[in-house]
Design a protein around this ligand. Structure first.
Ligand code: GUN
Length: 302
């Protein structure tokens, strides 16, 4: 049993887990190349020059190549016309060398994200954002599952094994994280509560949780005394604090006050080095799965 007085939390090392997962994925690529005569390919579209998005897209490209896949980067100016962006998506839909398409979000003001996502071929939608994939996930069919919640689910299952019957609270209700996360936890037989900015008595709601997934994008919002002793905490937030003399770039923190929560919870993901690296590993997984499914080859075991 967890004794909150005697221990400090186990740190769930997402970075190490993601590296192992990426190795497993890379090891399956040669079988696909043998069966199909080509490498799996991931196309990433970046619109505008948001510095954080550029870093993410750069990391995704490097990881894709390191896994033995093809990476196709499409950089468009922030003032690109909606119809030109959609034309590019459709061209990639029709390109046989492309198995996965990711449009880096958020798009600059003036572009309609929903329309762009709707233009994606659902079978190439490695972000799992198309309504067809959201519907497949809810109805229990084979879906492309959004990478960040998938990474959280994998870490939780690795740490806990069976999640059946546990109380899970998901903070945040975005299409990219909160909503699919709740669905994945429900599929694992958790009792799921979705909390958000209008939730009443939020600390009390969180205190009932065996599993907390925080995805609100507010630095250190979840306080230690909101957490049940022995809870498992998955921190999806990546927030950069204001620069200080000792940290001129600003410190990166999650949505949870990890420093104070450590003495209280059973396990927690760090920021950085927790969920973030799992997102990229799951993107590679989804690309490999999309490549297999498009070629009517059975899913590889990963
Ligand atoms: N922006 C932040 N995270 C993500 C992600 O997982 N996918 C996409 N497309 N954009 C993002």
């Amino acid at each position: 049993m967890h004794d909150p007085k005697a221990s400090t939390a186990h740190i769930i090392n997402g970075k190490a887990f993601a590296l192992k997962l990426r190795e497993k994925i890379a090891a399956k690529v040669p079988d696909f190349v043998k069966a199909s005569g080509r490498k799996p390919g991931l196309a990433v579209i970046l619109v505008g020059d948001d510095p954080a998005s550029k870093v993410y897209v750069g990391s995704k490209g490097k990881a894709t190549i390191a896994a033995g896949m093809n990476s196709f980067e499409h950089l468009l100016p922030a003032n690109v016309a909606q119809e030109d962006l959609i034309a590019l998506v459709k061209k990639l839909n029709d390109d046989d060398a492309v198995d996965g398409i990711l449009v880096q979000l958020p798009l600059p003001d003036g572009l309609n994200e929903q329309e762009v996502i709707a233009a994606l071929d659902p079978d190439k939608d490695v972000d799992g954002l198309h309504v067809i994939n959201a519907g497949r996930l809810v109805s229990g069919q084979k879906a492309m599952v959004p990478c960040t919640p998938l990474g959280c689910q994998i870490l939780l299952k690795d740490y806990l094994g069976d999640l059946s019957g546990l109380n899970a609270v998901v903070l945040g209700r975005s299409i990219l994280v909160g909503k699919p996360m709740a669905q994945l936890l429900l599929n694992e037989n958790c009792t799921v509560t979705m909390a958000h900015s209008r939730t009443k008595n939020l600390p009390d709601v969180v205190r009932a949780a065996d599993i907390v997934v925080a995805a609100v994008g507010r630095p250190e919002m979840v306080k230690a005394d909101w957490l049940k002793a022995g809870a498992i905490v998955i921190d999806v937030g990546i927030n950069r604090l204001a620069p200080t003399d000792s940290k001129p770039k600003g410190r990166l923190v999650g949505d949870v006050d990890t420093h104070n929560a450590m003495a209280h919870v059973k396990a927690i993901t760090p920021v950085p080095g927790g969920v973030g690296p799992m997102t990229i590993a799951c993107l590679l997984r989804n690309t490999l799965l999309a490549a297999h499914r498009r070629n009517a080859i059975d899913d590889p075991e990963i």
